[in-house]
Design a protein around this ligand. Structure first.
Ligand code: B16
Ligand code: MG
Length: 217
């Protein structure tokens, strides 16, 4: 039975994935490191410091932890400047009607984002009140693909994981949902999200009926 829907933020609710990319790209250009959209795919859903290591590649060994923290903070400042401009118009198509439909049916909702900027983004989008829980990534030991963030969401919602559906745009996020014993809806390219139970091109295709049908399978 569908009791709760757990949403990823970046790339599912709004396209901040693009802002993360632009901020990392600027940092990479400053450093003279090659970085493109293909490498960026590996960063989706991955925490800030881990993302930096992937971006730096073999040259990561040339930086001290302190230097890496400075670089990660620089990227975050660039990112924060970009998300300043977010308004409710930046909700991906179909998200607001989906949140309204789920709320009307008393389905609980949570956000499971690796981003330390998640609450700021939810406020800018004016959708914070829809969510019963926003998991604090600072409280977690492991990032996606570990299931910890989705299990924490289910626990804080007081719902069994098997009664939850997770929605994700990143391969690491789909792994995390499946490892948490939940059904997984992927948003994006089916070739990149092959472990999802269903993949949709964009979130406007997701509605309550579809989620309930998936749970009944
Ligand atoms: P921050 P999600 C993730 O959010 C992003 O996909 C990932 O690209 C980013 O590095 C991570 O949040 C950390 O974000 O630097 O703002 O703390 O997809 O899990 O909602
Ligand atoms: Mg994401």
């Amino acid at each position: 039975r569908l009791e709760a829907v757990i949403f990823d933020l970046d790339g599912v609710i709004t396209d901040t994935a693009e802002y993360h990319y632009l901020a990392w790209k600027e940092l990479a250009d400053d450093l003279g490191v090659v970085f493109d959209r293909e490498t960026n795919e590996q960063l989706k859903g991955i925490g800030r410091m881990e993302s930096l290591d992937i971006l730096l590649g073999p040259s990561a060994a040339n930086f001290t932890t302190e230097q890496k923290q400075v670089l990660a903070a620089e990227k975050n400042e660039k990112y924060k400047a970009l998300i300043e401009r977010i308004t409710p118009n930046d909700l991906l198509p179909g998200i607001r009607p989906l949140l309204e439909e789920l709320r009307a049916s008393n389905v609980k909702m949570a956000v499971a984002s690796a981003s330390k900027n998640a609450v700021t983004v939810l406020r800018k989008l004016e959708i914070e009140p829809f969510f019963d829980v926003v998991v604090d990534p600072n409280s977690l030991a492991k990032g996606k693909p570990d299931p910890e963030i989705f299990l924490a969401a289910a626990e804080q919602l007081d719902v069994e994981p098997t009664n939850c559906i997770g929605i994700e745009d990143a391969a690491a996020g789909i792994e995390a949902i499946k490892a948490a014993n939940m059904d997984a809806i992927g948003v994006g390219d089916p070739r990149l999200l092959s472990n999802a139970d269903v993949v949709v091109e964009d979130p406007s295709i997701i509605n309550l009926e579809m989620l309930e049908q998936q749970m009944a399978k």
